[in-house]
Design a protein around this ligand. Structure first.
Ligand code: FBP
Length: 334
């Protein structure tokens, strides 16, 4: 949008979402308002992440969460912000958080389900490495009825919108409603997200693999063979380089922009790996598929997995279509 005579002002997240609403027949504005509430929560979390060391928000709360993990103060803070803002929005019937045992039935029920990982990569919080928030929005199956957890236990293919925020050198907000993936960068001076990465397409293949090889000896032969192959050169396959930040949002964002593959396989200790289907794997698989990539548990498309439990985990191979196909060729033999 050109301002007469001088500055160029980019498209804001609000404008982008509004344009989407105008283009959607029968849209009532509730979805737009829900996204604005979500972006508000993310901007509040952004401001705290930036000063965590000064705001006594590093370290642990002393509690243990439903995953059996020690709760990080900033994770707990981010969770409270998201639950409060989403509950008050009046657009959510069910709110599901990776940090909360049960699904939260909103006190102002609306027609959406929102599932989120308030702060992904929590093991990186105290070391000032990139962390993020992951979310998925589904339309409730019974918007007029009493909200039930069953409305959250649905396959990723039923997601209406998903995305993430990455609190890195800058804060970016990436989202998709299934048609295209767009990235916005926060201008902290004015607290507004501006379109910085329109129409993100993941390359058909990359040259980077991202996995915690510290688990190598706990992996099944197929997974080991895949990692041995991906980092070796044979025939027309050139050896891939390795990158692993240890925060899936950051590893996935790089993979989305540059191509390649991120993986968290199952192993002899955790048969289904570490990552949560509803709060991590499904939302990011929705985004990656909308950008032309793929996501699998080694055998099935992640978005076709029918969840049975809120906090179930799944192995994950996600990224460029060809790289995920190659990985599944090996892993599928296990
Ligand atoms: P949470 O931080 O939300 O618990 O997420 C799990 C996670 O931190 C992912 O972001 C990351 O990819 C993975 O665990 C790292 O696990 P590991 O340290 O075992 O490699």
């Amino acid at each position: 949008m050109r301002v007469a005579g001088s500055t160029v002002v980019g498209t804001t997240l609000r404008e982008h979402v509004l344009a989407g609403m105008r283009a959607a027949p029968g849209a009532t504005g509730e979805f737009t308002s829900l996204l604005n509430h979500l972006s508000l929560a993310i901007r509040i979390i952004h401001s705290r992440v930036r000063q965590a060391g000064l705001a006594d928000l590093l370290g642990y709360t002393g509690e243990t969460n439903v995953q059996g993990e020690q709760v990080q103060k900033l994770d707990s803070y981010a969770n409270d912000v998201l639950v409060t803002v989403l509950d008050k929005s009046g657009h959510c019937g069910i709110i599901g958080s990776e940090e909360v045992d049960d699904a939260i039935v909103s006190s102002h029920p609306g027609k959406y389900v929102v599932l989120f990982d308030p702060l992904d990569g929590s093991s990186n919080i105290d070391t000032n490495v990139g962390i993020g928030t992951i979310f998925a929005i589904l339309r409730r199956t019974e918007p007029r009825g009493v909200p039930t957890v069953a409305e959250a236990l649905r396959p990723g293919r039923e997601i209406a919108c998903a995305g993430y925020a990455l609190y890195g050198p800058s804060t970016v907000f990436v989202l998709s409603t299934g048609q295209g993936v767009h990235g916005f960068t926060l201008d902290p001076a004015i607290g507004e997200f501006f379109l910085s990465h329109p129409h993100i397409r993941i390359p058909e293949s990359g040259n980077t693999y991202s996995v915690n090889e510290g688990n190598y000896h706990k992996w099944a032969p197929g997974v080991r063979n895949w990692v041995d192959w991906v980092k070796s050169s044979d025939g027309d396959h050139k050896a891939y380089g390795q990158r692993y930040i240890g925060a899936m949002v950051a590893d996935l964002h790089r993979t989305l922009l540059k191509g390649g593959i991120f993986a968290y396989p199952g192993d002899s200790k955790n048969a289904n790996g570490k990552l949560r289907l509803l709060y991590e794997a499904s939302p990011l698989s929705f985004v990656v598929e909308a950008a032309g990539g793929a996501a699998s548990d080694g055998k099935r498309r992640i978005l076709d997995i029918e969840p049975t439990k809120l906090h179930q985990r799944t192995p994950l191979f996600i990224g460029s279509k060809k790289d995920v196909e190659d990985a599944c060729r090996f892993v599928g033999q296990d």
